[in-house]
Design a protein around this ligand. Structure first.
Ligand SMILES: [Zn+2]
Ligand SMILES: [Zn+2]
Length: 344
């Protein structure tokens, strides 16, 4: 099969012919229709904590059709089923697995890390981690289920309530899905802070009740003032969806007494905070990562019923051959939000 393969840091992905995946008897094989390019994929091609190995096929936001069902695969899977899948294959027997929290499984294989990913014509998926798509859901929208699931998981962890005042820092794909779910769960104010104009415009389409352009020279105090001007008070919950050093401290300074901060952005550098400012306000800082089976199921159901719309987020669709260039371009994005690689 054809796949886009990671060679080494500093080199673009290479489109090559590689061996077809060989599934375990409990696994499924998906013919990939679309695979979204994610910030995590870009991180994996840089020097850092998550750098991929040479020869790795990245990509974990895939949808497609089942072409092979393992003899011992649980469930009623049929060749031709339209599906999306959580990008790991877990043991299925441990306590977290029993609760659908596959990400916590110590035995799991992760697509694009220790298992082959979705920037390829075919990918193996787990029988428990694969989700049938309703007929009403098109493949292109379904390709957004993974970032949507990251968003809903963070919003559930953040305990967003009807009437909450919310600040979302950053309008990249994750900031946007966080904003969408905050709106969905009835937040009174969903204020997105974003420097780039194209992303700010997108935030409005995805559910932000207001978008503010932060004045970086004025720091936390300036941002809090801007937030209060539109929301009439301080944010109950702050979602940090950028992952740059300094932002956590800014959130701590902005939050009101008893406020909640949910870091969702991926920061791979040391970042200093002044705990005292959090202490005196009795802040909660709750990190959020990945998703559960129920997060995925809910995203599929809400998309299928047309109760949420992610189409504004898809800015580019490229072929597998065009994908390495599109991938490099995302290192300095301009208009792009979610770029989908089309595999068929
Ligand atoms: Zn992702
Ligand atoms: Zn397990």
């Amino acid at each position: 099969m054809k796949a886009a393969v990671f060679k080494e840091v500093g080199q673009p992905l290479a489109v090559e012919t590689v061996a077809d995946p060989v599934p375990e008897s409990t696994e499924l094989v998906m013919k990939v229709s679309f695979c979204g390019i994610c910030g995590t994929d870009l991180h994996a091609t840089r020097e850092g904590l998550t750098t991929a190995c040479c020869g790795q096929i990245l990509g974990h936001e895939y949808v497609g059709e089942i072409v092979e069902v393992g003899k011992e695969a649980a469930g009623d899977w049929q060749v031709g089923d339209r599906v999306c899948a959580m990008p790991f294959i877990a043991c299925g027997h441990c306590l977290p697995c029993a609760a659908g929290r596959f990400f916590e499984c110590a035995e799991k294989k992760v697509s694009g890390v220790d298992d082959q990913g979705g920037f390829a014509e075919f990918v193996t998926t787990g029988c428990r981690e694969t989700i049938l798509l309703p007929d009403t859901l098109d493949m292109q929208s379904a390709a957004l289920v993974e970032p949507l699931a990251v968003g809903i998981h963070a919003v559930r962890v953040g305990n967003v309530k009807a009437g909450s005042r919310i600040l979302v820092i950053g309008a990249g794909p994750i900031g946007l899905t966080v904003a969408l779910w905050c709106r969905f769960f009835g937040a009174r104010d969903v204020v997105v802070s974003e420097v780039a104009t194209t992303r700010a415009d997108l935030a409005k389409k995805m559910g932000a009740t207001a978008v503010i352009h932060p004045d970086l020279s004025k720091g936390a105090e300036g941002l809090l003032q801007q937030f209060s001007d539109v929301a009439g008070g301080a944010p109950d919950v702050i979602f940090e969806c950028v992952g740059a050093p300094g932002l956590l401290q800014q959130c701590i300074e902005m939050a009101p007494y008893g406020g909640r901060i949910i870091p969702v952005g991926v920061c791979e550098q040391p970042d200093s905070i002044m705990p005292f400012f959090g202490l005196v306000k009795e802040l909660q800082i709750q990190f959020a990562i990945a998703y559960t089976r129920d997060d995925f199921d809910t995203c599929v159901a809400m998309l299928g019923e047309g109760r949420i719309d992610v189409s504004p987020m898809v800015t580019d669709i490229v072929s597998l051959d065009e994908m390495p260039d599109a991938f490099e371009a995302l290192r300095t994005p301009s208009h792009q939000c979610k770029v989908l690689a089309r595999m068929d």
